[in-house]
Design a binder for this molecule. Structure first.
Ligand SMILES: Nc1ncnc2c1ncn2[C@@H]1O[C@H](COP(=O)(O)OP(=O)(O)OP(=O)(O)O)[C@@H](O)[C@H]1O
Ligand SMILES: [Mg+2]
Length: 669
């Protein structure tokens, strides 16, 4: 017989221990995976209380104790055998799985790489039993003592596979992953109480919720994700063809820098699924910048036969029979809720604004996490509310103290209103009306609307406006009557309820975007020929290719580009509603984005993205002076436009302070 040559390796059967360790490597990659399996077993056992203890990030100890159905001596012995399960049988349809476990792999896998100890007692029986498995070596079942339910202890995880140990992260990071995993399961099971201890320290606790349905879910989500999230989230309820979507979706203004806080569940199982995260991204796309992410917890429930859970070793991914339908349901339910919430009240932004004013006068406001938008009720009330109008000769609001601010924006001492002999505002600068009239038939956002305004050469940083004859009516609008423009960036308006501060660029950007989408839906965006075609050099050949490939689509948006030699394009027409825009800047940004987005987004989503980019470039920049007519036109259009409470990047477009808050600010209450 030939000796085996190096080119003809021998095939041999591996021993049981090696097989088990290899298999275990797939199921249990880090402590958090093992813990997830143990908690899932406790949930499948019908536990009402689950208590978890960790030591050294779960590497030294993972213990899970439950008050579920328990195991008798025979079940205990089988539980640690590979492919032994109580959850399905050989006749079971693998496409119809209703428990979290089904493979009979978790306990034997953990036993193959750690020291596993199980102690269990069936409720009503007089004896508990215990069993240990060490690195795959199964001990004997012995009588033991404990209350009804099961305790599973995993010590020295991966002691039998030291290579794996080296890949673990710090105790802190592993603890974090473990706690996060338990939290995910806790969100989906509000009827079960949870505690997690890191050593002796309690690091997570969620009481058992005895309410039913949505109320329990909301309370549990508040316990896990915090009240701030639930206060800033929208209820999602949608159902189509037996597929149900529930949960809470954060307002676009409550965003994060990564998608870590997106919790998605399919039939009570936490999943990380590209289809689902893609649907979430598409739904929020109009509301958030590309690098911001919403916070949400969504629960998808569908007939077990519609989803395959047996596709991932850690059961973290699923496949849907009809992926399109699931995606459609998620996108439409989220969009619907976000649209309906276009004017939902902010919880605490106005309060934070007051706090910021009170704490550090003049300090930057920092990042807003939530928009202040009047609720529908407040909007209604604003119409009904008869605002006390300023008496003749009295300044409507100290904020409109035009002459008080010098060129450098240095504040002058506050002058009480009764000292003012006459109107405190300089009555318009004569040139300021030009743009307002020029807006003409095109209205706000039309080509001429803002194009004719010069940034004032020696503009003061605050400019107040006199109320016109129709002021009483204007004040009754939800966003009120424009009173001043400050720093050429913010509009100060007086509403029936108080004071509204608008970021003119953010607001106008949203308006242009919504107009553009409307125009597209109605068959095309009006174009405007450039007097001189503009050649735009791009330093990147891919950018030119992306633009030229998409030339027909871009023409639909009113942007006509053609290739121009090597590395450049020529722009002949631009969307009329962008007005006087920075063509080169727009085209360069678009080129970059088309290159980036080409793969990532579906055609329609990409088109909306192009809209958003153009809107940003076509918007009234900060630094432009607006006439009172223009400011009021902007406010009125905001009121009539969906989603106008935030710009396309999810920043609030305005903050409103009611008189109550203003009075608190001045300690009048
Ligand atoms: N906490 C528990 N209480 C009661 N029975 C349990 C508990 N944990 C495990 N078991 C029993 O042990 C069996 C084996 O558990 P194991 O986790 O290995 O497999 P599984 O849950 O059936 O499937 P999967 O590998 O997908 O998790 C279970 O089917 C169940 O009958
Ligand atoms: Mg299991």
């Amino acid at each position: 017989m030939d000796a085996p040559s190096p080119s003809r390796p021998t095939i041999r059967r591996l021993g049981r221990t090696t097989v088990d360790r290899i298999a275990a490597g797939e199921v249990v990659e880090r402590p958090a995976n093992a813990l997830k399996e143990l908690v899932e077993n406790a949930l499948d056992a019908g536990a009402a209380h689950i208590d978890v203890t960790l030591e050294a990030g779960g590497k030294r100890l993972l213990a899970v104790e439950d008050d579920g159905c328990g195991m008798d001596a025979e079940a205990l012995a089988l539980a640690v055998e590979r492919h032994a399960t109580s959850k399905i049988d050989d006749d079971h349809d693998l496409t119809d799985i209703r428990t979290l476990g089904f493979r009979g792999e978790a306990l034997p896998s953990i036993g193959a790489v750690a020291r596993l100890a199980l102690t269990s007692r069936v409720p009503g029986s007089d004896c508990a039993f215990a069993l240990t498995v060490e690195g795959g070596a199964v001990g004997a079942v012995k009588p033991a003592a404990r209350a009804a339910g099961t305790r599973v202890e995993v010590r020295d995880l991966f002691f039998a596979t030291p290579a794996r140990l080296k890949f673990l992260r710090t105790d802190r990071a592993e603890t974090q992953a473990c706690v996060d995993g338990v939290k995910r399961l806790a969100m989906a099971h509000p009827g079960v109480a949870f505690t997690v201890r890191d050593g002796a320290r309690l690091v997570f606790q969620a009481a058992r919720r005895l309410e039913t349905g949505e109320a329990a879910l909301r309370a549990r989500l508040a316990a896990v994700l915090g009240r701030q999230f639930t206060d800033n989230a929208l209820d999602i309820v949608a159902e189509r063809d037996g597929v149900r979507l529930g949960g809470l979706a954060g307002l676009p203004t409550y965003h994060r820098g990564n998608a870590q806080q997106q919790y998605l569940f399919v039939n009570g199982r936490p999943v990380k699924d590209r289809l689902l995260t893609g649907a979430v991204r598409a739904a929020y796309q109009d509301f958030l910048a590309r690098d911001r992410h919403p916070v949400l917890a969504l629960f998808l429930d569908l007939p077990a036969g519609e989803v395959d859970v047996n596709v991932h070793p850690a059961k973290a991914e699923v496949r849907f029979r009809d992926a399109g339908r699931v995606r459609g349901l998620i996108v439409s339910a989220l969009r619907h809720a976000l649209t309906a919430a276009g004017h939902r009240a902010a919880d605490d932004t106005a309060d934070r604004a007051v706090a910021a004013f009170a704490r550090t006068p003049g300090a930057g406001s920092g990042a807003w996490t939530a928009a202040a938008r009047p609720s529908a009720a407040q909007m209604g009330a604003a119409h009904a509310f008869q605002a006390p109008l300023p008496a003749a000769g009295q300044a409507p609001l100290p904020a409109a103290a035009g002459p008080g601010l010098g060129e450098a924006g240095a504040p002058t001492p506050y002058q009480p209103a009764h000292d003012l002999g006459g109107p405190s505002w300089p009555v318009g600068d004569p040139g300021a009306d030009r743009g307002g009239e020029a807006a003409g038939a095109e209205g706000l956002g039309g080509a001429g609307a803002y194009g004719s305004l010069d940034p004032g050469l020696d503009a003061p940083s605050a400019r107040a406006e006199a109320p016109g004859a129709d002021d009483a009516a204007l004040v009754r609008h939800p966003l009120g009557a424009a009173r001043a423009q400050i720093h050429e960036t913010y509009i100060v308006a007086q509403s029936g309820e108080g004071l509204v501060l608008v970021d003119q660029h953010a607001a106008h950007e949203r308006l242009v975007y919504e107009r553009m989408k409307r125009a597209l839906a109605e068959g095309g965006v009006a174009r405007q020929m450039l007097l001189l075609p503009e050649v735009v050099e791009l330093d990147d050949g891919a950018g030119v290719a992306a633009l030229v490939d998409r030339a027909a689509e871009l023409a639909g948006f009113g942007l006509v580009v053609e290739p121009f030699g090597d590395g450049a394009v020529v722009v002949r027409e631009v969307p009329a509603l962008l007005g006087d825009t920075d063509v080169a800047g727009l085209v360069r940004t678009l080129a970059d984005e088309l290159v980036d987005l080409d793969e990532a987004l579906a055609l329609k989503d990409r088109l909306f993205h192009v809209c958003a980019t153009m809107a940003c470039h076509g918007s009234v920049r900060a630094g432009r002076r607006l006439t009172v007519a223009e400011m009021n036109a902007l406010l009125r259009e905001m009121e009539a436009t969906p989603h106008s409470g935030q710009c396309n990047h999810g920043r609030p477009t305005y903050v409103s302070l009611d008189l109550d808050q203003i009075e608190r600010l001045f300690s009048r209450r």
